[in-house]
Write a protein that binds this ligand. Structure first.
Ligand SMILES: Cc1ncc(COP(=O)(O)O)c(C=O)c1O
Length: 375
């Protein structure tokens, strides 16, 4: 990787804030903001088409997660991706979906709709961890899907996707993954881990704008499912090349994941998303993870040395970019930190800290110092 000094030149935020809140909404790096500005200027002056750029984003996201571009659909956000997954499945009477008690609402709500008629079973965390033996006990032949976050938003616990897909597939269930808290900071390989659906928006660790997200659907499954919503974007795009009118008498769904797209996306958001993923791939996700783990190691060690309890499991395979430091005064401390331009979040009686690869050891030390004085 380039020197940290050079990298930090790409992040204007560092001049104004100690930003350690990438698990919430990330500031735009300069190349991303520039690409979006240029697109808007071109659009205003010449009328721009972003079709190639949205396609480029699909290829880049595919590369990021080890998939093929044909397996990627554009969606507005992670919640839409999860809802598509929930609504294409069939739920015979008595069937269930297995999830965990650490999930973000959008991972669970789509299955709580009464009209689906599916039972939701929550695997309970043990000291902030989801144990595979407990998932094994919960998943049975009535299970249609296992739905989890790759990284849990409150405490950063990282699930083992390969182990989860093995458990799900043994019972004929599918694995649905919310990767918004891992994409961009932790390497993902959907083929190695045999994931069926995966979705992530770009406004957190991917360092892109809101309004752009991707949905991966495993190739073998695409044609099995009729999308819950359809529109012009859902049909075979070859029609553009061969005919100049729409066939409105039949619905010929696309053979690839674009069948899950409906209409015109927020093109400026996808322009920014493509630029952001390109930048992250150039730095290398493994390098980014190594750097973030180094920073979070430092944070965990200093917090413990000052007598703080961590809500984040410390074992390396469970780790991510998120650390949660337990305190009864989380809201108050987070407010005090914001007054000093240090940005973190209060979550579940703790301070959630989420540094990215461009943060420094000094920023971590400043944070710990202020937390210690505010306790
Ligand atoms: C795990 C998880 N999933 C989903 C979301 C929300 O995603 P979106 O706004 O893209 O629907 C969040 C936001 O905090 C999250 O942490």
């Amino acid at each position: 990787m380039e020197s940290l000094e050079r990298i930090r030149e790409l992040f204007p935020i560092v001049k104004n804030k100690v930003f350690l809140n990438h698990a919430a909404q990330s500031p735009l790096p300069k190349p991303v903001a520039d690409a979006m500005r240029k697109y808007i200027e071109d659009f205003s002056n010449f009328g721009a088409s972003a079709l190639e750029l949205t396609d480029l984003g699909k290829s880049l996201f595919a590369k990021l997660i080890g998939a093929k571009p044909e397996e990627i659909a554009l969606v507005e956000n992670t919640s839409v991706g999860l809802n598509i997954a929930a609504n294409v499945l069939h739920y015979p009477p008595g069937s269930k979906v297995v999830t965990t008690d650490l999930e973000y609402p959008s991972v669970v709500y789509p299955w709580l709709r009464k009209s689906l008629g599916v039972k939701v079973q929550y695997v309970k965390n043990v000291d902030g961890k989801i144990l595979l033996e407990d998932v094994e006990k919960a998943v049975d032949d009535k299970t249609v899907a296992v739905a989890v976050s790759h990284v849990e938003y409150v405490n950063g616990f990282r699930n083992d996707l390969k182990a989860l897909s093995e458990i799900a597939h043994e019972h004929g269930a599918i694995l649905i993954v919310d990767a918004i808290q891992s994409a961009g900071v932790i390497p993902i390989d959907v083929k190695r881990d045999n994931v069926d659906f995966l979705t992530a928006a770009c406004y957190k660790w991917l360092l892109g704008p809101a309004g752009a997200a991707y949905l991966y659907v495993k190739e073998e499954l695409i044609r099995e499912f009729e999308p819950p919503y359809v529109g012009w974007a859902s049909v075979n795009q070859e029609v553009f090349e061969t005919i100049d009118f729409w066939d409105i008498w039949s619905l010929r769904l696309s053979e690839n994941a674009s069948r899950f797209e409906v209409g015109t996306p927020s093109t400026v958001s996808f322009v920014g998303a493509a630029e952001a993923i390109k930048m992250l791939l150039e730095f290398g996700i493994q390098n980014i993870e190594n750097r973030v783990i180094k920073l979070t190691d430092r944070l965990m060690e200093s917090a413990k040395a000052l007598g703080f309890e961590l809500q984040t499991p410390e074992e390396k395979p469970y780790r991510s970019g998120i650390v949660n430091i337990k305190t009864d005064k989380a809201q108050q401390i987070v407010r005090e930190l914001r007054e000093k331009d240090i940005v973190v979040s209060a979550r579940a009686h703790g301070i959630r800290v989420s540094p990215h690869f461009y943060n420094t050891e000094k920023e971590i030390d400043t944070l710990v110092d202020v937390i210690n004085k505010s306790r």
